[in-house]
Structure formats: C-alpha cells, structure tokens
Design a protein around this ligand. Sequence first.
Ligand code: SF4
Length: 160
Amino acid sequence: DKIPVGVSACLLGEEVRFNGGHKFHSYIDKTLGEYFSFRTFCPEVDIGLGIPRRPIRLIRRDGDVTCVDFEDDQLDYTQALIASADAQRSWQAGLCGFILKKDSPSCGMERAKVYDGKQTVRDGVGIFAERLMQNFPELPVEEEGRLGDAVLRENFIQRV
Ligand code: SF4
C-alpha cells in the first residue's frame, strides 16, 4: 500500500488559490505519487475565504505575527487558521508526513514573508503550517521548493 501523506491542495492542481489558480508540481504528483497516496487540504478555503478571494499576508505588530487581509489589517484570520489546523487533526492523525506550499501565509513552512509596517522580512511561518507542526511534532514536513534538494528530499522520504 502507498504511504498516506498530506499535501497543500494547490500543489496537486486543485484550483484553490486566491486567484483561482493552482501550483501543480509534477514531481510530487508523478514521482512521489508512486509511493505516496496524497490527502489534500486548503486551509484558506477551509476557513471560508472562497475562490477567488482577496490575498492575505503575515504582518508583525508588537512582536506578534498574525495573518490578515492584504488591504485591511482589521480582518484577522489567525485564529481561524489555527482552529482549522486543530479541526483537521483527527483525520490527519493517519498520515505519515506533510508536503506544504512554500511562501504561503497559511501553508509556508519557513521563510514566508512578514510585513512589519516598513519592510518585508522572510522569516515567517504560515499560521496553519505552524500549528500543524505543533500538532504533529513527530512527523516529517517539507516544502515543495525544498524537495528539489536531493539531501532534503531523501531525508524526507526516509522519515515518512
Ligand atoms: Fe490553499 Fe495552502 Fe495552496 Fe494557499 S498554499 S492555496 S492555503 S493549499
């Protein structure tokens, strides 16, 4: 049987991005798909943002990072994304690892953009991804961008 792995839905071609598009990644689908059976999720759709939707972003205020509407800081989706990760915990408990979409304020595993009011720094973690990694500290997590690195890729495959 194939190994069950969770994946950001847009990476498998589901048209769930803010602009109605996807980010199909053929290495994940074709090559890793020979060994893994994928279960998809899209946190932003899960919290009801719709397709298409206004983009969201990470901002830092007084040291805290939150996820808000790109144009209206008062529309804060942080708690909803955390709740979404917790609500999906029971079905995700059967998975052996996760592959996440890089740079996303929801799914990004590292180096996501954070705006501090003056500049953008790439030191953020997507809100959903951060909670996911807290919920499953024992499971391997990778971003699609990092799977191009042979060492990181092998390490991930060994651990699932
Ligand atoms: Fe949905 Fe995550 Fe893909 Fe954004 S990166 S479209 S939240 S699955």
